[in-house]
Design a binder for this molecule. Structure first.
Ligand code: BG6
Length: 514
C-alpha cells in the first residue's frame, strides 16, 4: 500500500505510445504504481503515435510488456483488466496541429467527467529531433497553459551538444515555464543513487572527512556487458560521452561532490548540484589526451559466447569512429575538492555489468607498523554499489587471527537485500510518481544540462576532429583499453577492480587484464 495519498486525477499522454520505451518501461512502471495503490480511479494513459492501432491491440501489446518487465508475478487477470480500461490509443502525426486540438478536446471531455481538477502529464518518448515540434504544438494548442497542472517530461539525450541543448531549452521556454519541464535521467531514480544523499546527509559520521583533507581520489565506474544491440543507428551518432558521461555519470559526480543542502526542496538540491558542475575545471582542448581516453570494442568473448565487434553491429558504420568506452579525469575547483581527482569511466561490452563508486581515503599519516606487519595494508575505501549487489562497503584494516600482529583489509557491509524487505522499485516508477506529484528534485534543470554539456564539449570537439586510428582498441569482455589504465597510472594510482558478484574484492593493479 502507498506510504502517502494516491496521486491526483491524472491524464498521461505518451507521445511515442507505440514505442519501445512505453512498452518496456513506462506502462510497466505505471502498472506497478497502480498495484501498489498510488494510481487513482480517475486516471488515463493516452498513447499517441503515427500508426493505426485499436485500443484493444494497444492494451494487448502493453500487457505483453507488463508480463515481461514487471518484476512480480505477472499481471493479475482482474487487476490488469481494471487497469487496461484506463489505456487508450490515439493515432496522430506529431506535426499535425489539428491532432493537438482534438487531443485538447479529448482531455477536456475526460476531465469534465471527474469532480476534481486533474493534472496532465505529457511524456515525450520520441526521438530528440521530434521534441521541438511536439513542444511547439502543445503550446500552440493551449495544452500547457495551466502551469500548475500540466507537466512535460523530456527524455535524454537532451540536445547533442551545448548549443543544441541551449536552443532546445529556449524553445521549451517559449511554451512552458521551467517548473513544468521534467528532464529525465533514469539514474536519478535508482534507489542506490538516491541513497547517496541519505548516506551523506542523514549521517554525521562521514561528512567531516568528506573532503580533500581525507579523500585521495574518487572513482566512478558504470560498466555494461551489453553491446549496442538494436540501437546501432542511435548509438553510432551518440557514443559513450553523450550517452552516459554527460548525464548519468555527471549526476553521480554531483551527488558525491555537492555541499550539504539547506533543505530537500527541488531547487535547493539542484542549486547544490549545479554548483559542482560549475566548479569542474575546464579541460583544455589541446590537453584532452591527458584527461580523457576513448575506446571502441572489437570482437571478443563474454561468458563463453563470441560477440561481434562494434563496427560489425547492425546499423553501425563499418569505419565508425564512435567511442563505446570513455574515461575522464576531472577536478572540482572549490575548497572541498581542490586537487582531488575524480576518475570516471564507462563502456559497453565490458567484462561485467557493474556500477559503483569508490571513495579512496588518504593513507595514514605515519605508518608505525613494521613493513612485514603491514604488508597487505591498504588505505581505507568506501564502495557505493549502485548495481548489482546494491549496498555500501567500508574497507579498513584489522588484525589477522594469530599470535603475531599482522594486518589485513576487511569490509564492513550494508546490503539492501539483507537490510530491507520488499521489492526495489524500478527507477521509472520512482520518477513517474515524482512527475505526477510535481516533485522535480530528481530531474535536471536547464542550467544543469547546459553546464554538463560545457564540461564534455572540449573532449567531444577533440575526438570528432581527430579519427581514432587505433579503433577498435579493446576486446569485448575486458575492462576497456589499456590507455584507461594509463590515464590513472600517470597519477600513480590504479582502477579498483569492480566488485566480483557476491565475492570479496581484491585490489587489482592490472584491472585491464582481467
Ligand atoms: C541509457 C543509455 O541511458 O542507460 C544506454 O542510453 C545504457 O546506452 C543505459 O545501456 C544503462 O542503464 P542501466 O540502468 O541499465 O545501467
Amino acid at each position: 500500500m502507498p506510504e502517502a495519498e494516491p496521486v491526483k486525477p491524472t491524464i498521461m499522454v505518451i507521445f511515442g505510445g507505440a514505442g519501445d520505451l512505453t512498452w518496456r518501461k513506462l506502462v510497466p512502471a505505471v502498472y506497478s504504481l497502480y498495484l501498489e495503490g498510488w494510481i487513482p480511479e480517475e486516471f488515463r494513459v493516452l498513447g499517441l503515435d503515427r500508426q493505426e492501432t485499436s485500443d484493444q491491440e494497444f492494451r494487448q501489446h502493453l500487457k505483453d510488456g507488463v508480463e515481461r518487465f514487471v518484476k512480480r508475478s505477472g499481471p493479475d487477470v482482474e487487476r490488469w483488466k481494471e487497469f487496461a480500461d484506463k489505456l487508450h490509443f490515439i493515432q496522430a502525426e506529431f506535426s499535425d496541429a489539428k491532432a493537438y486540438r482534438s487531443l485538447k478536446k479529448r482531455i477536456d471531455d475526460e476531465m469534465k467527467s471527474w469532480d476534481e481538477q486533474a493534472d496532465c502529464v505529457f511524456y515525450l518518448a520520441v526521438p530528440p529531433s521530434v521534441v521541438p515540434a511536439v513542444a511547439k504544438h502543445l503550446g500552440q494548442a493551449g495544452l500547457t497553459r495551466d502551469h500548475d497542472h500540466t507537466r512535460v517530461v523530456v527524455e535524454k539525450p537532451f540536445g547533442r551538444d551545448r548549443a543544441s541543448a541551449r536552443d532546445l531549452n529556449q524553445l521549451l521556454h517559449e511554451h512552458l515555464k521551467e517548473g513544468q519541464i521534467y528532464r529525465i535521467d533514469h539514474y536519478l531514480g535508482k534507489e542506490t543513487v538516491q541513497n547517496i544523499l541519505a548516506f551523506r546527509f542523514g549521517n554525521a559520521l562521514f561528512e567531516p572527512i568528506w573532503d580533500r583533507r581525507y579523500i585521495d581520489h574518487v572513482q566512478i565506474t558504470v560498466a555494461e556487458r551489453l553491446g549496442v544491440g538494436h540501437r546501432g543507428s542511435y548509438y553510432d551518432n551518440t557514443g559513450a560521452l553523450r550517452d552516459m558521461i554527460q548525464n548519468h555519470l555527471m549526476q553521480i559526480l554531483c551527488l558525491i561532490a555537492m555541499e550539504p543542502p539547506v533543505s530537500f526542496r527541488a531547487d535547493e538540491i539542484r542549486n547544490r548540484k549545479v554548483d559542482v558542475l560549475r566548479a569542474v575545471r575546464p579541460i583544455p582542448e589541446h590537453e584532452v589526451d591527458r584527461h580523457a581516453v576513448r575506446g571502441q570494442y572489437g570482437a571478443g568473448w563474454i561468458e563463453s559466447e563470441h560477440v561481434a565487434a562494434y563496427r560489425d553491429e547492425p546499423d553501425v558504420r563499418p569505419d565508425s569512429n564512435t567511442p563505446t568506452f570513455a574515461a575522464l579525469k576531472l577536478f572540482v575547483d572549490n575548497w572541498r575538492w581542490q586537487d582531488v581527482p575524480f576518475y570516471l569511466r564507462t563502456g559497453k561490452r565490458l567484462a561485467r555489468r557493474v556500477s559503483e563508486i569508490v571513495i579512496q581515503f588518504r593513507p595514514v599519516p605515519h605508518q608505525a607498523f613494521p613493513a612485514d606487519v603491514a604488508s597487505g595494508w591498504q588505505p581505507n575505501s568506501l564502495w557505493i554499489q549502485i548495481q548489482p549487489n546494491e549496498g555500501i562497503r567500508l574497507r579498513f584494516q584489522a588484525k589477522r587471527i594469530g599470535l603475531k600482529m599482522r594486518l589485513s583489509p576487511v569490509d564492513m557491509r550494508f546490503s539492501y537485500d539483507e537490510a530491507f524487505e520488499g521489492r526495489v522499485p524500478e527507477a521509472y516508477e520512482t520518477l513517474l510518481l515524482d512527475v505526477m506529484q510535481g516533485d522535480a528534485t530528481q530531474f535536471m534543470r536547464n542550467d544543469q544540462i547546459e553546464v554538463a554539456w560545457k564540461i564534455v564539449m572540449p573532449v567531444i570537439h577533440a575526438w570528432e576532429a581527430d579519427d581514432a586510428i587505433e579503433f577498435p582498441n579493446y576486446q569485448a569482455g575486458t575492462w576497456g583499453p589499456q590507455a584507461a589504465a594509463g590515464l590513472i597510472a600517470q597519477d600513480g594510482r590504479s582502477w579498483y577492480s569492480p566488485t566480483p558478484p557476491a565475492a570479496r574484492p581484491i585490489r587489482d593493479e592490472n584491472a585491464q587484464d582481467e
